[in-house]
Ligand binder design. Structure first.
Ligand SMILES: C[S@@+](CC[C@H](N)C(=O)[O-])C[C@H]1O[C@@H](n2cnc3c(N)ncnc32)[C@H](O)[C@@H]1O
Length: 280
């Protein structure tokens, strides 16, 4: 199967909807709208047979799940889906001493707005919202957005997770469409934290990359325009900019970060405010 590394384009020709019978009507309607909007193959109508070269998007255990193509090498058989309610990795609140909280500069009693420009599967968004921050999250890949939106809807409906989910607003589309009209240039106390975590080329054949993340990488490809995204955000009012990178990766911009926090397989490059007159 050939990989497509340009953002968003062409993914839909690699996905087939496979909806089991008896799903609730609102799920059928959501599926029909999604198929129509993006032109997916649909096993339930015109393409009656399962396509072994396609991802299978299905609804099981009250959640949307994406199974890897039967024909693919190395993507395994497990589905990609978003589960904030029962996945133990989301059970703990992010502590202020943890690298992401430190990178964001979070302190007790201070919970700034976070703008997550690269929401992906929502892990960082969720971690930051668990501390009490409100998070405005953007995801441009329609299928990734679809899965994350589904995970958030279930989290909003569950008593255990509804308070955190209520602090997250998710938008679909390129984050640069967002003008940030609500940011008051003159009120520095309310300036947001900007988070950029672009897709980086997958470490080849690494057993360390979990199967669901391999599917994710395979589907989304590399974010080749990440520097442009960072520079766009850097020109906005903000209290901090965080760029998440693999430890050995070059910085996204020639500007050296004010602070670097490395932890395991992740590096956070942190940038502090620049004078308004110096913004690019
Ligand atoms: C490495 S993933 C982010 C993972 C995420 N931090 C998490 O915790 O799950 C990068 C994601 O950013 C998205 N993305 C990249 N550039 C974007 C942009 N300009 N606007 C919106 N989404 C973008 C990609 O589609 C991809 O899903």
């Amino acid at each position: 199967m050939s990989l497509n590394h340009s953002p968003v384009a062409c993914w839909s020709s690699q996905v087939q909807l496979s909806l089991p019978s008896g799903v609730p009507e609102q799920i059928e309607l959501a599926a029909a709208a999604f198929v129509q909007q993006w032109g997916l193959f649909d096993q339930n109508t015109r393409d009656a047979k399962p396509r072994s070269d396609c991802y299978q998007l299905t609804y099981a255990m009250d959640a949307w799940q994406l199974f890897p193509p039967a024909q693919s090498d190395g993507l395994g058989k497990h589905p990609l889906w978003v589960d904030f309610v029962d996945n133990p990795r989301f059970a703990q609140t992010l502590l202020l001493r943890e690298p992401l909280a430190k990178a964001a500069g979070l302190r007790a009693n201070q919970r700034p707005l976070v703008v997550d420009l690269t929401a992906g599967l929502g892990r960082d968004t969720w971690a930051l919202a668990s501390t009490g921050c409100h998070v405005l999250a953007f995801e441009r890949h329609p299928l990734v957005h679809f899965l994350l939106n589904d995970g958030l809807a279930r989290a909003r409906a569950h008593p255990k997770t509804c308070a955190i989910a209520a602090r997250i607003t998710l938008h679909r589309g390129d984050a640069r469409q967002y003008e940030g009209a609500f940011i008051d240039e003159n009120n520095a106390v309310a300036w947001p934290i900007w988070l950029v975590d672009p897709m980086f080329p997958e470490r080849s054949k690494s057993a360390l990359v979990k199967k669901d993340m391999r599917i994710f990488h395979h589907l989304v490809g590399e974010d080749l325009d990440a520097s442009a995204l960072f520079n766009w955000a850097r020109a906005k009012p903000g209290s901090r900019w965080i760029v998440k990178r693999p430890p050995q990766a070059p910085t996204l911009d020639a500007e050296p970060p004010a602070l670097v926090i490395t932890s395991g397989r992740v590096r956070f490059d942190c940038y502090l405010p620049i004078a308004a007159s110096a913004r690019k």
